[in-house]
Each structure stands twice: as C-alpha cells, then as structure tokens.
Design a protein around this ligand. Structure first.
Ligand SMILES: CC(=O)N[C@H]1[C@@H](OP(=O)(O)OP(=O)(O)OC[C@H]2O[C@@H](n3ccc(=O)[nH]c3=O)[C@H](O)[C@@H]2O)O[C@H](CO)[C@@H](O)[C@@H]1O[C@H](C)C(=O)N[C@@H](C)C(=O)N[C@H](CCC(=O)O)C(=O)O
Ligand SMILES: Nc1ncnc2c1ncn2[C@@H]1O[C@H](COP(=O)(O)OP(=O)(O)OP(=O)(O)O)[C@@H](O)[C@H]1O
Ligand SMILES: N[C@H](CCC[C@H](N)C(=O)O)C(=O)O
Ligand SMILES: [Mg+2]
Length: 488
C-alpha cells in the first residue's frame, strides 16, 4: 500500500495536523511495508512512530529510523524530520495507531475490550470460552497471551504494544477468528495501544488501587480507564458494567450520555441480576434474573469474584448477540482460568494449597474471601509485592492480609530493580506480627509445613507467572510447581 493512499485512508481526517516535512517527493509514492515504535525494528518501507516515553524519548531515534529505511515518521509537530514523510500530530500515538489499523485491517467482526483493576484476564478467558461453546471461532488477548482454541502465545504485556496488538488481531482474522476479547489495561489505554480497532462492546469490572507509580493518583488512573468508554467505544457499541462497584454509576452515566446500549450486571444489575449465590464444595449455585426470567446454574468455580467475572463474561456475550438462556446455561461448563484460585496440590496434611494472581489490596481481599468459607481451620497466606511498581499498595496489602487471614507470611514477588528487603519492609508496615521469609520457595515450604488438615494455604501474587524477576534476570519460578514440590 502506498503511503499517500494510507494517509488518505486513515479513519480520521488530518484534523489540522500537518503532513509535510522535507521528504523526497517520492516518499508518499513509496510502499508501506510495516509499522514500528522501536527504531531497532525499522526496515525499508516502515512507518516509525516516535513517541516520548516514560523512560526514553523515541524522538531521539528519528534520524536512525530514517537511516534504517523508514519512509514515514509519526511524531509531534515541530520536530526536524529530514528524508521521510513527516506525519505530525498533537496526539502522535493515536494517529500512528489509526494508520497502523488501516494498514493491518481487516479485523474480527466482533471485538470486546475489558478494563478494570481486577478481573480483566478472567473475563477475556471466560468470554472466549462462552463464545466457543456457542460455536464461534473465538480468541482472547491479555496477560496470558494471545489465545485461540489451538494455541497460546505470550506477549509479556497485558495489552501488547500497538504494532504487536494490531498485527496479531489481523492475523487472528486471517485464521478465521470472528470473535475477540481483549484486556485494555490502563497503560494500554493511555498509550493508545489498541486504538483503531473498533470495539463492539466495552466492559468495566471494578476500580481499586494499582499502578499509581505510573498514573500518579486515583483520579488519573480512573480517567485512563474510562477513556475506553469516553473515546474508544463508538455510539453503536454496548457498555457492560459491574453494577456493584462504587464507580459503576460514573461509567453508566457516561454510557447513557453517549447513547450506548447498557448491560448492567451484579446484585445491583438490571440486565443480569445476581439474586442468590450459594457456595458448594467445588463451586457455587447462582440464581440470576434476566429478561423477566429466573435462571439457576451451577458455576464450577468457587469465590464471589469468580461469579462476578463469569457473569460479566455472560454479559459481554449477550451484548454481542448471544442468547440469554444458552449463555447462562453454558456457565456450568466454564473451565478454570490459569492461576486464578487454582488448586495446586493437597498437602500431606490434607490442606489444599491454592495459587492466585492477587497483586492488589482488593484482589487479595477477594481471594481470601473466596477461600475463607472453605477453611474449617486457618487460612495461611503467602504473598509479597512487586518491585518497580506502585509502592503505596504495599502497606495496604499487608493490612488486608493481617485483617482477613489467620496467618501471614510475607515474601518476595518480582523485586525487579528494588531491594527485596525494602519491599518486604513496606508490606510489613501494614502487617506487624507477620512472618518474614524472603526466599519464596522457603516461604511456600513453611506455609505448607505448618498447615493442618483443616487449614488452607493461599499463595498470592504470581498466579500463572513462570519466573521471579530479580534485577533484569528472570529466574524460573512457578508457584504451582513449587507448591507441588514442597508438598511431597
Ligand atoms: C511504563 C510502560 O508502560 N512502559 C511500556 C511503554 O513504554 P514507553 O512508551 O513509556 O517507552 P520508553 O521505554 O520510555 O520508550 C519510548 C519510545 O522509544 C522507543 N525506543 C526506545 C529505545 C530505543 O532504543 N529505541 C526506541 O525507538 C520505544 O519503543 C518507545 O516507543 O512501551 C514500551 C514499548 O511497547 C513497553 O515495553 C513498556 O513496557 C514496560 C516494559 C512495562 O513494564 N510495562 C508495564 C508496566 C505495563 O505496560 N503493564 C500494563 C498493565 C499490567 C496490568 O496491570 O495488567 C500492561 O498492559 O501490561
Ligand atoms: N471481579 C473481581 N473482583 C475483585 N478481585 C478480583 C476480581 N477478579 C479477579 N480478582 C482478583 O484479581 C486477581 C487477578 O485477576 P485477573 O488476572 O483476572 O485480573 P486482571 O485485571 O487481568 O489483572 P492484571 O491487571 O494483572 O492484568 C485474581 O487472581 C483475584 O485475586
Ligand atoms: N500486570 C501487573 C502484574 C503484577 C504481578 C505481580 N507478580 C508483580 O510483579 O507485581 C504489573 O505488571 O504490575
Ligand atoms: Mg490481566
């Protein structure tokens, strides 16, 4: 595709942005071969997006990108760009995404985006499963990677960078995928990583503390998330909202203002109202009112939070054309999501050991609340907090663990470039009296060793992760595998 055609083809007009620069006349006549946001990935014919980042300024690499063959540069106005077409825009990441989307399209016809502090991965996984049960060729993209019925490829991020994301979505369409659910993280939304892909429905799960290292404060964090509804979701799309969250009303009001179809879910939901939840040993009976009917279904997953995510997923499927009765009935066949209340092993004492990806105060509370009713004896929790991430959540995580669990062991969870002992100290500020065992394997061993037959062990924070990030090294580590080794 010629650059001139692509620029003309973008889904938005220039909006006053200039398309100029001292480009060779034939630059616009050149064939666009691909897109890159990292100058090291530029090849002849690439459009390079030069963005100011949190760590470095991509604009510093414009000349290098052109030397490597870039024929177009998308960047802020006012820069010196010599030897390639200069596509200047006040919001260059958005402009870049829209051009890339025009290049990579077509995409699956039905796409849904899920945002919220917790529950995104669970919802994309469950939505994919429910679509598949309904006979659709479905895929999901998120923390667990790009997943289809046949395979899973990890990307390393929850919402991958814009080029990886859009090229993968197009690849899925070529494979015949018609339905896609993806996680829209707050970082992803702020950085326009998924822009240009039209979404049929957007979901909001909940809002609680996380990522304030990046967003600064809760207001900015919420604004980043709500962009999914205020800018990404078109007026024809549906808004699916977990009505029990304290922030739900703000999302509902916005969706009403913009004329979106509304699907509200929860004990306060109008579309899918959860009227009763009856925990059993291995799952829970749900009573749901929808469209004037009452439905009963047994969800084969424990915990209030998993019921919430299952119902939100049903809401997304229904919002995109799924039959209400069939979708609710299919909840009975949902498979567990990796690392979310995953039962790793039963210790020799008889105590079940669970692994959960809770890495925020709210998630930790939800995971403990899910397991507590199943423990005749004590609930023993092992957890830590990640390095180079929101430091303010650490003490609160400690408080939550102390308040809701019976025994607390504070350990390491991806210290990254921080001093692990300092991170534990932050957590322990909220958890005086907790046991401190830095080495995660030793901490898991200690928890399992001390658990009696009526106790439950919860290992929180890493879920599906396969490594412990220390400095810039990723040391192999899998909570489920280690729990099994410690239990023999
Ligand atoms: C804070 C953050 O979101 N960082 C991500 C983001 O960085 P950034 O735009 O700020 O980039 P930067 O490193 O300052 O560089 C600026 C620009 O220069 C370019 N560059 C840089 C160096 C160079 O030699 N040449 C070059 O062209 C970069 O490609 C980039 O476009 O874009 C980079 C390129 O795609 C990502 O690799 C990087 O993820 C880092 C590794 C990361 O850890 N991100 C985490 C925090 C993250 O994104 N998490 C969310 C949420 C998780 C959740 O709660 O679910 C996620 O969606 O995964
Ligand atoms: N609806 C929910 N309400 C409260 N806590 C939840 C909910 N769903 C999940 N959690 C908690 O959050 C953890 C992570 O869940 P999940 O991976 O689905 O969330 P996520 O939003 O994708 O997280 P991330 O931001 O890391 O991508 C779970 O292991 C659980 O402890
Ligand atoms: N997507 C989240 C995952 C955190 C998982 C936890 N194990 C940690 O490292 O803090 C993040 O990058 O902040
Ligand atoms: Mg996730």
């Amino acid at each position: 595709m010629k650059l001139a055609t692509l620029i003309g083809k973008g889904p938005v007009s220039d909006g006053g942005a200039s398309v100029h620069g001292s480009a060779p006349r034939d630059a616009y006549d050149g064939n666009v071969t691909g897109f890159a946001i990292d100058h090291r990935k530029v090849a002849p014919g690439t459009i390079f997006g030069a963005f100011e980042g949190a760590r470095v300024n991509g604009e510093d690499y414009i000349a290098d990108a052109i030397r490597a063959g870039a024929i177009g540069i998308v960047a802020r106005p006012g820069l010196a760009v010599e030897g390639a077409a200069y596509i200047a825009d006040e919001t260059p990441r958005e402009r870049f995404a829209q051009l890339a989307a025009a290049f990579f399209a077509p995409f699956p016809a039905t796409t849904v985006a899920i945002t919220g502090t917790n529950g995104k991965t669970s919802c994309v996984e469950m939505t994919r499963q429910l679509w598949r049960m309904a006979g659709h060729h479905a895929a999901s993209i998120g923390t667990l990677g790009v997943t289809t019925a046949d395979e899973r490829v990890t990307t390393g991020l929850t919402t991958p960078d814009v080029v990886t994301f859009l090229s993968n979505v197009a690849g899925l369409e070529r494979e015949g995928v018609t339905h896609l659910a993806f996680e829209a993280s707050s970082h992803g939304l702020t950085q326009y990583r998924t822009e240009g892909l039209p979404v049929s429905a957007a979901a909001f799960t909940n809002l609680s503390r996380d990522h304030l290292d990046y967003h600064g404060d809760m207001a900015a964090y919420f604004t980043a998330k709500i962009r999914l509804f205020s800018e990404v979701l078109g007026p024809d799309g549906a808004a699916v909202v977990w009505a029990d969250d304290p922030q739900a009303a703000r999302v509902v009001d916005l969706a009403r203002e913009r004329g979106n179809r509304l699907v509200t879910v929860g004990t306060r939901g109008d579309t899918l109202r959860l009227v009763d939840r009856d925990p059993t040993l291995l799952g829970q009976g749900l009573t749901i009112e929808a469209g004037g009917q009452t439905y009963r279904v047994t969800l084969p997953l424990i915990g209030g939070y998993q019921a919430a995510n299952a119902l939100m997923s049903a809401g997304l499927v229904i919002a995109t054309g799924g039959d209400i009765a069939t979708t609710i009935a299919n909840l009975a066949r949902l498979q567990p999501v990796r690392g979310r209340l995953e039962r790793a092993v039963i210790a020799r004492s008889g105590a079940p050991v669970y692994v959960d990806y809770a890495h925020t105060p709210d998630a930790l509370e939800a995971a403990i609340a899910a397991l507590k009713p199943h423990a005749g004896g004590r609930l023993i929790v092992v957890f830590g907090a990640g390095g180079d991430r929101d430091t303010g959540k650490r003490e609160t995580m400690g408080q939550v663990a102390m308040h809701y669990a019976d025994r607390v062991i504070v350990t390491d969870d991806n210290p990254r470039t921080e001093d692990p002992a300092a991170i534990r100290r932050d957590v322990l500020k909220g958890a005086p009296g907790a046991i401190e065992i830095g080495d995660r394997r030793a901490a898991i061993q200690a928890a399992i060793d001390e658990a009696g037959s009526d106790d439950i062990v919860l290992i929180a924070g890493k879920g599906h992760e396969q490594g412990q990030i220390v400095g810039d090294m990723v040391l192999p580590f899998d909570d489920v595998g280690v729990a099994r080794e410690c239990a023999v």
